[in-house]
Design a protein. Structure first.
Length: 565
């Protein structure tokens, strides 16, 4: 027995170490929430996500109804809000037996961890090395972003869907246990419906249908029967049935009552946006780098500096059917996200997509394909390193050094220009005159001068070498240049390239999540009694008197708190 266990651990050593690393990674990025007494913080977290979780826990403990909370937002159904997953058995267990904050954060942690480990398993099932599979898992988390993962308890559960169904489809196509993987993929779909963000579920779902067709297409000419030709598609259909049955308790009322919500049939048209081209800056800089009044810093783009270089390698040197498919999928997602013709029409007029706003959320469906492309580049290089000659490595290193230098010089130049604008009254008036040369000023000139100053100072704060997070973002580009320089200069570096790639991707991701965790606040802030409650109690005798609060109830206290920091 001991020899059997010893043989198993020796054979699975790399997988065991990879799983431990990924568990450590997910634990580390959520450590402040799990063990540090911290909470997510913005107006929606303060005004909706945490309060709704608290209401669900309170209802479970008191055997109250989850159907309607008439004390919040003038009446919200906890079973329909889809920000808690109140019908999800795991969440019911957590909120029944653990304290409120632990249950909320552990729900996110478990879903994120499961999705990460399944993603690693998907990489290994493609025949990849351990290194490539780890890169796939970490970059998938990184491209999804911490801001998104922290939406209620549901975003991390929709994170599971893509890898779970993709893995099941791949195994089914490889003639593995058909029924077992139908149930596995169906359960992943069902969990996403029960406890995931339904909009993202419907964005990912058609992509998985295309993946099933892609897997089958290779066998259309070689297989003799229709079932064998369309094995993955059949699996996808059966998974959909299983998942629908699992998630029916959440799905059915959500569909039936959708007309009673703001999600009308033309909601997507009403909330369509044309994202700025500067959103693409997130390919180069982490998602927390945001340009005032413009945005950027969006999910679905940033996978780290080294990973994006390997993505380019996958597209140039290691092309394959799989690489081509995931590139195509990513292009489709970009089309929907950027509201391009044809894609925009589909998004606005085809239900259920016409009931969904915020077309840029499509980029969340692009996180997995982009991570796949980066890991494909790593896999290609580790399997066939001779394709990347020393000349190519040298050229790549020089390009990255130049890019790093341009980012540094550009930052210094931008800082100089912005500082000049901020301190030169004549220049400020000149800019205002130019902007309004053909427009009428609605407000006094002083108003626009103030906006210009705020914009310049905001940009200075972001793109400043005094901003540690921004400086470290540039540093990782320099380190990527150094990586390829040492790759053709050092034999020791080449020998240990697998471990170095893992460490680079790991610490790049860890830096990004650590930078975002600075926005966390102490959970005691949420436990303090709001002044508005003290005020109402001082002027009213009846605590049960009915009152309708504004929808943005949490926005006021949030702004009040941040203005004092």
């Amino acid at each position: 027995m001991n020899n059997t266990l010893k043989y198993f651990f020796l054979k699975q050593k790399s997988n065991i170490l990879a799983v431990l690393l990924l568990v450590f990674f997910v634990t580390l990025i959520l450590y402040p929430l799990l063990f540090g007494g911290k909470v997510f913080f913005n107006e929606e977290q303060y005004g909706f996500y945490y309060p709704m979780s608290f209401y669900v826990q309170d209802s479970l403990h008191s055997n109250g109804s989850l159907l309607w909370n008439n004390a919040y937002y003038g009446g919200v159904s906890a079973s329909l809000d889809q920000f808690v997953g109140a019908n999800y058995p795991v969440n019911k267990f957590l909120f029944n037996y653990l304290d409120f904050f632990t249950a909320h954060h552990l729900s996110i942690f478990l879903a994120l961890l499961i999705g990460t480990l399944i993603t690693y398993w998907f990489g290994k099932s493609n025949g990849w090395l351990t290194t490539s599979s780890i890169v796939l898992a970490i970059t998938y988390v990184l491209a999804t972003t911490l801001d998104w993962i922290g939406i209620g308890t549901i975003a991390a559960h929709s994170f599971i869907l893509f890898p779970a169904m993709a893995l099941a489809l791949l195994k089914i196509r490889e003639n593995k246990n058909f029924l077992a993987y139908v149930l596995f993929g169906g359960l992943g779909f069902g969990v996403a419906l029960l406890a995931g963000f339904i909009q993202i579920v419907f964005y990912v779902y058609p992509i998985l249908l295309l993946y099933a067709i892609f897997l089958d297409s290779k066998y259309w000419r070689t297989e003799t029967t229709q079932i064998k030709k369309h094995r993955s598609l059949l699996g996808f259909i059966l998974m959909s049935v299983v998942g629908t049955l699992v998630g029916l308790k959440q799905l059915l009322p959500s569909v039936f009552f959708i007309d009673l919500t703001i999600r009308t049939s033309d909601y997507a048209i009403q909330n369509a946006s044309n994202p700025h081209i500067l959103e693409l800056i997130t390919f180069l800089l982490p998602d927390f780098i945001k340009i005032p009044f413009i945005g950027a810093g969006s999910h679905g783009f940033y996978i780290g500096t080294l990973a994006i270089v390997f993505t380019v390698f996958a597209l140039v040197y290691y092309r394959s059917r799989r690489v081509g498919f995931f590139l195509f999928i990513y292009a489709v997602v970009l089309g929907f996200a950027f509201h391009l013709p044809i894609f925009s029409w589909l998004n606005e007029h085809i239900p259920p997509y016409s009931n969904m706003g915020g077309n840029f959320r499509w980029m969340l469906a692009g996180a997995f394909p982009l991570a796949f492309l980066s890991a494909s580049g790593v896999e290609g290089y580790l399997r066939n390193p001779e394709i990347i000659s020393n000349k190519v490595k040298q050229l790549t290193s020089r390009i990255l050094f130049i890019l790093s230098s341009l980012l540094i010089i550009g930052s210094a130049l931008v800082a100089y220009i912005l500082n000049t604008i901020s301190t030169n009254e004549t220049l400020k008036n000149f800019i205002i005159d130019k902007v309004f040369s053909n427009k009428e000023m609605v407000f006094p000139r002083e108003h626009y001068i103030g906006v210009l100053e705020k914009t310049a100072n905001g940009l200075l704060e972001v793109f400043s070498f005094a901003n540690t997070e921004y400086t470290l973002s540039l540093f990782f580009w320099f380190m990527s240049a150094l990586f390829f320089y040492l790759l053709y200069k050092s034999d020791w570096f080449v020998k240990n390239r697998k471990q170095i790639i893992i460490l680079f991707v790991f610490f790049n991701a860890l830096f990004v999540f650590q930078a975002q965790s600075e926005a966390f606040v102490d959970k005691n802030l949420y436990l303090e009694k709001p002044e508005i409650v003290n005020y109402f109690e001082s002027i009213e005798n009846n605590p049960n008197e009915y009152r309708v609060m504004g929808f943005l109830l949490g926005d006021g206290p949030y702004r009040e708190v941040t203005s004092k920091i």
